[in-house]
Write a protein that binds this ligand. Sequence first.
Ligand SMILES: N[C@@H](CCC(=O)N[C@@H](CS)C(=O)NCC(=O)O)C(=O)O
Length: 203
Amino acid sequence: MKLYYAPGTCALSVWISLEWAGADYEVEKVVLGSDEYRKINPLGAVPALDTGDDKIKTQANAILQYVAEKFPEANLGPDDSIEDRFLFNELAAFITGDYHPAFWPMFGPDGYTTSTDEDDLQKAKDAAYKKIDQAATHLDKLLEGKDHVYKDKKTVLEPYAFILSRWLDNTPKSWKEYPNLKAFMEKMAKDEAVQKVLEESEK
Ligand SMILES: N[C@@H](CCC(=O)N[C@@H](CS)C(=O)NCC(=O)O)C(=O)O
């Protein structure tokens, strides 16, 4: 399979998950939103995963859950009961539906106001910082007294939360200021696959 990525993006969470899963894969760096990449993913966004069939897979949450299911021996998905699967889906929906979009006006404030005035663009970013802090505070609470995002096990949700939380360094409040998140980030930073992906993705 082939993962399309760009440095620093949420696609790195899929890359780390593929490493954790022991998958046979390759990666290709793309230019977000470029005409060439839109031939792969018409939305111009990463991640996209080519699994060899005629439909390229997109959407981080869906791809991460696909990786977990494709490599069951790596045990990176939810436990079996309906309550366990609900909890996993609830966390995944929070990361993909609340946490990730909170950052969008920070990265692209011009998508959130029709004004081109610098002050207005800054206001869009400032509004984002508030939403980001709310979501990061929620994640910090979820991690209270825990080493993992989901229950007491390593899952694909961890690289997802980790990669997005690195973006907090572009806000007025670093991840270091959320105590439980800080411990989680420091744990993840020691992981060999995480280190490998961060290094290779910057080449
Ligand atoms: N809904 C998509 C959003 C993906 C997304 O926003 N990816 C960012 C990088 S983290 C991106 O490619 N942005 C560039 C763009 O949308 O043009 C998903 O969850 O996979």
